[in-house]
Design a protein around this ligand. Structure first.
Ligand code: NDP
Length: 321
């Protein structure tokens, strides 16, 4: 019989994850302890895998576990995990790609429409009784008609967004570190060049040091006074200070944000802007998709300990073959 490897679960996860892991592993749910950090230290020597959502797995955290083999992250974005360090120590990191792609693309398009056509403000108008008492909601300054979409990060989700945008009749441009040979959309070798060429900029790049504050004053100025910024990637990609200033000054027209620099905190200055739509990081947040993500966390850990091969390892941690 297979031994039951010890898995650390430092914060609560969906039932599908807990139940799936408990069928094959000894799961240490240390968040239940009176002193969670002491509870982690008490089992640290035995831990061979970590199932994680949200929590930072930095060098110091990794170094607490001498027998760690795998970190299974709930979410496709794994900027919370120091994957390069894990890779250097032979520890595999997995994420949950593909199963959330279409859901996040739907959310991105929804957020774009909400922002361009001021749909949430229009709904607030109705709910406040203004339709009946004051008349119709004012005509929106913006329209999707004639707009051009620029995508930062034409990856799995970016492509699903581009596909939807084509159905809306929007020309698509993109920027990433590489031009993609099999893609017909217009490539720009810099984000500023992309922002200059489009009036609707969709951010769907990962977080981390490489993309930190890529969108600041310069890019917003290039996007221009009709410009609309949508961010479903990571909050750290945008300087919120620069964005608030640009929204106030009319440097750009409006913004729609699903992600923020310091979640769940959203700066009051942003909340106070009339021309923003704010969502609480709900990109993948349906029961269907979150369960699919949870199952993939379970599948990664199970496959690793049964076969020595994870299902979806990240590129920084190529697994032994
Ligand atoms: P992919 O890895 O498939 O795509 C990422 C894209 O970003 C690639 O096309 C890559 O292109 C580009 N990219 C990466 N680094 C840089 C960089 N330094 N500069 C410019 N472009 C860069 O990931 P997914 O599409 O699956 O997910 C993308 C991101 O979306 C996730 O990392 C996550 O942060 C976010 N996300 C947000 C969700 C939400 O709820 N709002 C839900 C799910 C994901 P290239 O290699 O050519 O640079």
């Amino acid at each position: 019989a297979m031994t039951r490897p010890d898995i650390l679960m430092p914060s609560p996860m969906r039932d599908i994850v807990t139940a799936g892991l408990e069928a094959a592993f000894t799961v240490h749910k240390t968040y239940d302890a009176a002193e969670p950090e002491a509870a982690i230290d008490a089992v640290a020597d035995r831990i061979r895998g970590i199932a994680v959502v949200g929590r930072r797995i930095d060098k110091a955290m990794v170094d607490r576990f001498p027998n760690l083999e795998i970190v299974a992250n709930f979410g496709v974005g794994y900027d919370n995990v120091d994957a390069a360090y894990c890779g250097s120590k032979g520890i595999v990191v997995t994420n949950t790609p593909d199963v959330l792609t279409e859901e996040v693309a739907d959310t991105a398009i929804g957020l774009m429409l909400m922002t361009v056509r001021e749909l949430s403000a229009a709904e607030r108008w109705l709910r406040a009784g203004k339709w009946e008492n004051e008349g119709p909601y004012p005509l929106t300054r913006a329209t999707l008609r004639g707009r051009t979409l620029g995508i930062l990060g034409l990856g799995r989700i970016g492509k699903a967004i581009a596909h939807r945008a084509e159905a809306f009749g929007m020309p698509v441009h993109y920027h990433g570190r590489h031009r993609q040979a099999d893609v017909a959309y217009t490539y720009h070798d810099s984000l500023v060049s992309l922002a200059e060429a489009v009036d609707t900029l969709m951010l769907v790049a990962p977080g981390g040091a490489d993309t930190h504050h890529m969108v600041g004053e310069r890019v917003l100025k290039a996007l221009g006074p009709d410009g609309i910024l949508i961010n479903v990637g990571r909050g750290t990609v945008v300087s919120e200070t620069a964005l608030v200033a640009a929204l106030r000054k009319g440097t750009i027209l409006a913004a729609g944000l699903d992600v923020f620099e310091n979640e769940p905190h959203v700066p009051q200055a942003l909340v106070d802007c009339p021309n923003v739509v704010l969502l609480p990081h709900v990109g993948s947040a349906s029961v269907h998709t979150r369960n699919a993500m949870g199952q993939l966390v379970v599948d990664n850990l199970t496959a690793w300990f049964r076969t020595g091969k994870a299902v979806t390892p990240v590129p920084e941690t190529p697994q032994r073959t």
